[in-house]
Design a protein around this ligand. Structure first.
Ligand code: BTN
Length: 196
């Protein structure tokens, strides 16, 4: 005699060995009772979805947060940075509102003055790839530069500050105001922390 095809019992993921007629008569087998007798977690009694430990979910969440590009400290601007002109800046601790102060050492100047370390002050948003702004008040000349930009974490997990700046120089009179502001871009990358 030709055997009728066995049906797949989807709840258990195993083939039901009863004939289709038997299944129709008695319905699908219950699994709650046998699992009381066997140890739970065995092949016969796999753990129910609601029994998956919370710790496993927490572990998965922490792994996701530690994946490249998502480290919690990245794009907090505190630390040492260098740009494409070779200028260096150091940013101190952030306040609870994201405010910071620091120092800037420019590699270039539009003046004939000797370059000196100058103070900066700024503020950043508190999100994963934050926008920020800061002003450098040059100490060796009467000019100021405002920078605005955004911190990105690139495909290699490296932080990059993409900025634009306006450098305002001193105009001797209102007639000279028209060419007193330069504009440009700088890209900053993080320098490793100095040994303490
Ligand atoms: C001046 O020359 O008036 C003061 C120094 C300005 C340096 C500028 S600011 C924008 C650009 N980025 C730098 O790192 N340095 C120059």
């Amino acid at each position: 005699m030709v055997e009728p095809p066995r049906l797949l019992n989807q709840a258990l993921g195993r083939a039901d060995t009863r004939s289709p007629t038997a299944i129709k008569r008695r319905g699908s087998r219950r699994r709650a009772e046998p699992c009381k007798e066997h140890s739970p977690g065995t092949a016969a009694c796999p753990p129910a979805a609601e029994m998956v430990p919370t710790t496993s979910l927490l572990l998965l969440l922490s792994l996701a947060l530690l994946a490249p590009g998502l480290s919690v400290d990245q794009c907090k601007l505190t630390g040492n940075w260098t740009n494409d002109l070779g200028s260096n800046m150091t940013i101190g601790n952030l306040s609870s509102k994201g405010e910071f102060t620091g120092t800037y050492h420019t590699a270039v100047t539009s003046t004939t003055q000797q370059i000196k370390l100058s103070p900066l002050t700024g503020i950043q948003h508190n999100n994963t790839q934050p926008i920020f702004g800061f002003t450098v008040n040059w100490t060796f000349t009467d000019s100021s530069t405002v920078f605005t930009g955004q911190c990105f974490v690139d495909k290699d997990g490296k932080e990059v500050l993409k900025t634009m700046w306006l450098l305002r120089s001193d105009a001797k009179s209102i007639k000279d105001d028209w060419n007193a502001t330069r504009v440009g871009t700088n890209v900053f990358t993080r320098l490793p922390n100095k040994m303490e």
